[in-house]
Design a protein around this ligand. Structure first.
Ligand code: PMP
Length: 404
């Protein structure tokens, strides 16, 4: 059903040697490798179709536009949004959140208002809100968490009040692997008519997401973390919210009519898509979504859960091992430290064994402060990783431990 050997053949980079050892790529939380179908779609479009979208009457422009808009429909179906009007193409999660923070902030945030974020947010779901707070004289409130990285929902409820304008929460922590109870987060905010943004950068690649079931108001994710190209991402927003938000950037495409006296804006989704979009990347993103859909998001989830559970069991046998995050509801991201070995030393020595992991604060400095550490080593799995690669990681860690 899920033939890992065949799957790996779709990713040419996985057969590379690093320092004369087979590459063990465990930095999927940062970015994923690309299957042939994604790269080939890009090459094919540049060689055979390329023309600017939405503007030309000529054949190629029509064809490029059709591919670009068909990709929007692929994204809509993938996240089960109600309409393509709810799917905005951006450069990635970061731009999606900046768009929302600016636009939502312009319309709905005033002095004395409050924005709620969680302790475990990525900087890209903190800083845009902080910048908004500075512009508007609003205040950032933070949902606390337990030592093992579980959000305190009671404390969360007590943060919500009539000044709360929006709640912003990661679906899955890029550091701890915590799968947050976003259904509960959303439901509690909605009882007070507060909209919720879910940062789906680390959930979308690992399990099926459904906008209508989740009922979030906004959702952001990046193409490159789900086997698609860099430079493209998505902001989903409920249509009635997006209709009420002002544009983020001005320029071509986002207008209906322009005069020096008065400019009117385009309809959704174009109101938020000023300038030439990366239409080659949107097409390739659709190919990536088709690819994971054909494998089956449930199969991918099961496979990565097996890797995660196996890795956590094997790693916890190592003396001095400290794994961060909860033991349940833990997605395919494992952050760890061993004894007093510095995360950078561990990462550098693993690299010499061909094992690519990430080290540092993972763009989550407030979370590091909460945990009382400077950084971690992070191994994150993708759909093509194997149990043998987990063994290589565990053996690698043991070798590094012996060296110290
Ligand atoms: N949020 C989370 C949870 C992430 O893991 C990341 C990427 N590490 C981002 C946001 C930012 O994504 P991007 O750099 O693709 O904009």
């Amino acid at each position: 059903m899920y033939d890992i050997t065949t799957v790996r053949e779709d990713f040419p980079i996985l057969s590379r040697q690093i320092y004369n050892r087979p590459l063990v790529y465990l930095d999927n939380g940062a970015t994923t490798q690309k299957p042939r179908c994604v790269v080939e779609a890009m090459v094919d479009e540049y060689y055979n179709v390329n023309a600017n979208v939405h503007r030309g009457v000529h054949f190629l422009s029509q064809q490029a536009t059709d591919l670009h808009e068909a990709s929007r429909e692929t994204v809509r179906a993938f996240i089960n949004a109600r309409s393509v009007n709810e799917v905005l193409f951006t450069r990635g999660t970061t731009e999606s959140i900046n768009l929302l923070a600016f636009s939502f902030g312009e319309a709905f945030v005033h002095e004395g208002d409050e924005i709620v974020v969680s302790t475990m947010e990525h900087h890209s779901d903190i800083v845009p809100w902080q910048m908004l707070c500075q512009r508007k004289g609003a205040k950032l409130r933070v949902i606390p968490m337990s030592d093992d990285g579980v959000l305190d929902l009671e404390a969360y409820s007590s943060l919500l009040n009539e000044r709360t304008r929006i709640v912003c929460c990661a679906h899955v922590s890029n550091v701890l692997g915590t799968v947050n109870p976003v259904g509960e987060v959303i439901a509690r905010a909605h009882t007070m008519n507060i909209p919720v943004l879910i940062d789906g950068a680390q959930s979308t690649p690992h399990f099926a997401v459904d906008m209508q079931a989740l009922d979030c108001d906004f959702f952001a994710f990046s193409g490159h973390k789900i086997y698609g190209p860099t430079g493209v991402g998505v902001l989903y927003g409920k249509e009635d919210w997006l209709d009420r938000l002002p544009p983020y950037q001005g320029g071509g495409e986002m207008i209906k009519n322009v005069s020096f006296e008065n400019t009117t804006y385009n309809t959704l989704p174009y109101k938020f898509e000023a300038g030439t979009p990366d239409y080659v990347a949107t097409h390739a993103l659709a190919k990536a979504l088709d690819y994971v859909t054909a494998l089956g998001m449930d199969n991918i989830f099961r496979h990565e859960q097996e890797l995660t559970r196996y890795a956590m069991t094997q790693m916890s046998r190592i003396d001095g091992m400290r794994i961060f995050g909860p033991s349940d509801n833990h997605d395919a991201v494992i952050s760890f430290l061993v004894g007093d070995i510095h995360h950078l030393d561990m990462g550098t020595l693993l690299d010499r064994l061909g094992i690519a992991v990430r080290t540092g604060h993972h763009c989550a400095e407030p979370l590091m402060r909460r945990l009382g550490i400077e950084g971690t080593v992070r191994a994150s799995f993708g759909l093509y990783n194997t149990l043998e690669e987990v063994d290589a990681l565990v053996e690698g860690i043991e070798r590094v431990v012996k060296m110290f």
